[in-house]
Design a protein around this ligand. Structure first.
Ligand code: FES
Length: 145
């Protein structure tokens, strides 16, 4: 992570956030897109930040999940964690992932950043619904980039 990004997103977290949050904000897992993803969603949270999730699904199981966000360090940590939690789950299992699951795995977030976990869980849910819609109408995949 370059120094400016580190300063903007991470250094002010120390002392206020769990080590897991700081680790995922500093070294986010699964960043980037999946070309011709099986499921995709991009959502805007109540704070105005955007989070996007791409899914690769094989035999009804999430083979790979990736994310991107323009949000805060917490949203980076939440995107990283939600993609970790979702990987290897069936679609039905992943549809049950709630903000609380992300918060539990991260060791919590300050009250004013709980919405970052809500945004991550909501975006995953929408990406899964996109996958389900595509599975019903596979021809629509031809129009995806
Ligand atoms: Fe906007 Fe975290 S997602 S403050």
């Amino acid at each position: 992570m370059d120094e400016q990004v580190e300063k903007k997103y991470v250094l002010d977290m120390i002392g206020k956030y769990s080590e897991t949050v700081i680790d995922h904000a500093r070294n986010p897992r699964n960043v980037g897109n999946i070309p011709k993803a099986d499921g995709f969603a991009q959502e805007v949270g109540e704070c105005g930040d955007t989070l996007a999730i791409w899914l690769s699904v094989k035999d009804n199981r999430i083979d790979k999940a990736t994310f991107w966000t323009d949000g805060c360090g917490s949203s980076i940590a939440c995107g990283s964690m939600v993609t970790e939690i979702a990987t290897n789950r069936t679609v039905e299992e992943a549809l049950k992932i709630k903000p609380e699951d992300i918060l539990d795995e991260l060791g919590g977030l300050p009250e004013d950043h709980v919405h970052c976990a809500v945004l991550a869980a909501h975006t995953l849910n929408q990406a899964l619904k996109d996958y389900q819609m595509m599975a019903k109408a596979p021809w629509k995949k031809l129009y995806k980039s």
